[in-house]
Design a protein around this ligand. Structure first.
Ligand SMILES: C[S@@+](CC[C@H](N)C(=O)[O-])C[C@H]1O[C@@H](n2cnc3c(N)ncnc32)[C@H](O)[C@@H]1O
Length: 245
């Protein structure tokens, strides 16, 4: 991984900041923060997925002993960069969920929902059940003032969404399905709103924001993902990219 910090401007509504989110202070507060942080479980890219081919790009996890501090930093950063009427979707695995729940409550977030994403199958295990779900926390600052565009008449908190596979492509590891992010973005923001992803990864949040008419700022520490992001955005970034600093 290289560590050169720079900003990639796609157009005046969309940019990617390659840096640690903790170094970034946003000019405008976000309407929605979507964060899919590393889970602090020693994840090594997609070497642990079912086909086990070494085609993943480098992956930046957080050491287990530093996870509590990391997730507190993320919760605090998100709270202070979010509008009072804003919302946050925060993803977590089950291993460190306790730390995540404590951190978000301590900084002042109110939990509106604790959704479960059930994906088709996880990594095969012999002496325990196979994990095939993630936790998605819907958090707000003000329970009386937040956007909630209910997706269906009867919207339940368990979502069955398939994980995408990108055979033969060099992926970032743990790339989320666009369908999952789109559900979060459409539910918790309106067209023209500012969506911020402080752990952007392969750029899925940026892609969905562009497709749904939201402004977006993505922050990613791993500059090795730049090419993957550009591939994922493809023709959406038809104006090209401008390196700002
Ligand atoms: C689970 S992945 C996100 C995957 C993303 N949702 C996608 O669909 O591609 C977490 C990302 O957080 C990034 N990351 C880890 N620590 C970070 C930090 N301090 N600041 C910004 N990004 C960080 C990792 O490099 C990784 O790309």
């Amino acid at each position: 991984m290289t560590t050169s910090k720079h900003i990639l401007r796609i157009d005046n509504k969309h940019k990617i900041i390659f840096d640690d989110f903790r170094n970034v202070k946003l000019d405008d507060e976000a309407d929605l923060i979507f964060a899919d942080p590393p889970f602090g479980i020693g994840f090594k890219g997609n070497l642990q997925t079912y086909n086990r081919t070494p085609d993943s790009l480098s992956y930046v996890d957080v050491p287990k002993e530093k996870y509590s501090e990391f997730i507190r930093d993320l919760a605090e950063w998100s709270y202070s960069n979010l509008k009072n009427s804003g919302s946050m979707w925060l993803l977590s695995g089950w291993n460190n969920l306790r730390l995540v729940l404590d951190a978000v409550e301590d900084v002042g977030f109110k939990q509106i929902n604790h959704c479960i994403w059930k994906y088709q199958f996880g990594v095969f295990t012999r002496r325990r059940f196979t994990t095939s779900h993630y936790h998605l926390l819907l958090l707000v600052k003000d329970e009386r003032n937040y956007v909630f565009n209910k997706p269906e008449h009867y919207s339940e908190d368990v979502w069955y969404i398939k994980r995408p596979y990108h055979h033969g492509e060099k992926t970032a590891g743990n790339e989320l399905p666009e369908e999952l992010i789109e559900r979060c973005i459409r539910t918790s923001s309106n067209e023209g709103d500012l969506v911020v992803d402080p752990c952007l990864g392969s750029g899925t949040t940026m892609k969905v924001s562009m497709q749904t008419g939201r402004r977006c700022i993505g922050i990613e520490i791993n500059t090795a993902l730049e090419e993957r992001i550009k591939t994922k955005l493809g023709p959406l970034s038809c104006q090209g990219y401008r390196v700002v600093s």
